[in-house]
Each structure stands twice: as structure tokens, then as C-alpha cells.
Design a protein. Structure first.
Length: 169
């Protein structure tokens, strides 16, 4: 078993303490921006809850005030979710994934990308089908598609599409 010396443990604790003091600054740097589907409201916040930008389209002057206020709250909530994920991403770069998960557990607030109700996104197959449609390629029926195991090692890198990866996981 590879036991750490007392000095190594103390140094590790000091480096983690120094990193944790930077978490608040990272959260203040983290930003989230969201906009209403109709384009009338856009909000930018940081992960500490500070409002950095609120943009309202000129057309909102005629909007029902209760509807507009509800819309602003909904858009702000979406922006806060984005800011929270951005802060967890920044913290993970500083502290590592294990410490970031510990921060999540201690706070009781999971990273939005780990939330139970998070949309897992589309499958690789669906992405490839939509991509083929956009590019005007003929789609191949799933039953006649070549299984991944049959693709030669030389061709594998040329057919890989990095856009199929989720960046928030």
C-alpha cells in the first residue's frame, strides 16, 4: 500500500485549501445566458446570482406585465442553470472531477448536467440521420447499415464525428 507521509498529506491539504478559496472567484466568473423562445427577453447572470445583463425587446412595452414578469423569471432561471453548470465546469478544471462531485454532494445541488431530469440529448444514430438529411445524403435503412464492429480500424477515425460527443458530461 502506498501511504502518504505526514508532510505530503499536509501539502495536499494546503493545496486543496488554496484551490477551494478560488471557488468563489470562479463562481463569480461563471456566466449563464438564456433567452425567451420568442426573442423578447435575454438575461445573463453569474453563478452567485448577480444579474449582468437584462435585454428586453422594444415590443415588450405592449406586453401584459404579469406575463412579462413570469417570462423574465423563467429566462433568468434558465440562465442560472447555465451559470451553475459553467461554474461546476470551471471548478472541475481546478479541483478535478472527484473534488467537484464532493462539492456537489456537500452543497446538495448536483451539476445541472447530472440532474435526473436532464435531457440526455439525441442518440448518435439520430444525429447521423439528421446530418445526412442536412447534407442531402441518402439515408441507409437501419437493417442494411454496416455494424460498427465490421468497420475496419483504418476507416474508424475518418467516420467519427466529434459533434456526437456531449460536452457537458
Amino acid at each position: 500500500m502506498n501511504a502518504l507521509s505526514t508532510r505530503a498529506l499536509i501539502e495536499q491539504a494546503r493545496s486543496r485549501e488554496a484551490a477551494l478559496t478560488q471557488v468563489s472567484a470562479l463562481m463569480a466568473q461563471a456566466r449563464g445566458t438564456a433567452h425567451a423562445p420568442d426573442g423578447t427577453v435575454e438575461v445573463t447572470v453569474d453563478a452567485l446570482g448577480s444579474l449582468h445583463r437584462l435585454w428586453l425587446a422594444p415590443s415588450v412595452i405592449n406586453a401584459d406585465p404579469s406575463r412579462l414578469s413570469a417570462l423574465i423569471i423563467d429566462v433568468t432561471s434558465a440562465a442560472m442553470t447555465e451559470a451553475a453548470q459553467d461554474s461546476y465546469n470551471k471548478v472541475a478544471l481546478l479541483l478535478g472531477a472527484e473534488m467537484t462531485e464532493l462539492v456537489e454532494q456537500l452543497s446538495g445541488v448536483p451539476a445541472p448536467a447530472r440532474a435526473e431530469d436532464d435531457d440526455p440529448g439525441m442518440t448518435v444514430e439520430e444525429f447521423q440521420r439528421q446530418r445526412a438529411e442536412r447534407l442531402g445524403e441518402r439515408t441507409v435503412a437501419a437493417s442494411s447499415a454496416t455494424p460498427v464492429a465490421d468497420v475496419s480500424a483504418d476507416d474508424d477515425w475518418t467516420t467519427f464525428d466529434p459533434a456526437s460527443l456531449r460536452s457537458d458530461r
